[in-house]
Design a binder for this molecule. Sequence first.
Ligand code: DX5
Ligand code: ZN
Length: 219
Amino acid sequence: MQPVRIAPSILSADFARLGAEVQAIDQAGADWIHIDVMDGHFVPNISFGPPIIKAIRPLTTKPFDVHLMIAPVDRYLDAFAEAGADTISVHVEAGPHIHRSLQHIKSLGKRAGVVLCPGTPAKSLDYLLELADLVLVMSVNPGFGGQKFIDNQLKKIAAIRKMIDASGRDIDLEVDGGVDHDTARRCIEAGADALVAGTSVFKDGPDGYARNIAGLRAG
Ligand code: DX5
Ligand code: ZN
């Protein structure tokens, strides 16, 4: 298996210096840039949308890992693709037509991700894996950075690892929420191969980014 990919979440960045922050995490070794889009409806918080993604797109060549916490979602997929997303991840819980959303993302030539909230079982992936390039397991309830990792999600990560291996498909297994040095190791042991981290990357300011990213990758 390839080394775990680290995707710092810019939700924890200094928004007044967002361009410089994106360049700093790129230089510090981020594999992907994780971009949390929140609508104040699907989740109780509002962040940013396509114009911000478009503005930072020229500042790095690292893939944009766009996590959509919005409902409805389908009508916005084209805009996120045009803004520069590489992977577009949508929640199983965001509406009745997740299968269609994944088909739509693939038709735009983008990598399709499917996201499960902590209360959603692994089984909900049964008829979706064939369309997925990435599965994102939420280890907190979505909406805010800085929350505590929910331990029982490790069992779900292990179950999904088995499902992915059985599928024979090349699907990334990413974990998002409360990932720090300790929980990163446990996620990797359970089968994760990509980790989102906000607080634990950004907490020490720019001088700590490279150290914190490397620490998470080492598990
Ligand atoms: C939560 C977001 C996460 C969050 C991670 O809804 O999807 O990406 O920003 O932040 P930390 O690492 O602080 O839990
Ligand atoms: Zn996220």
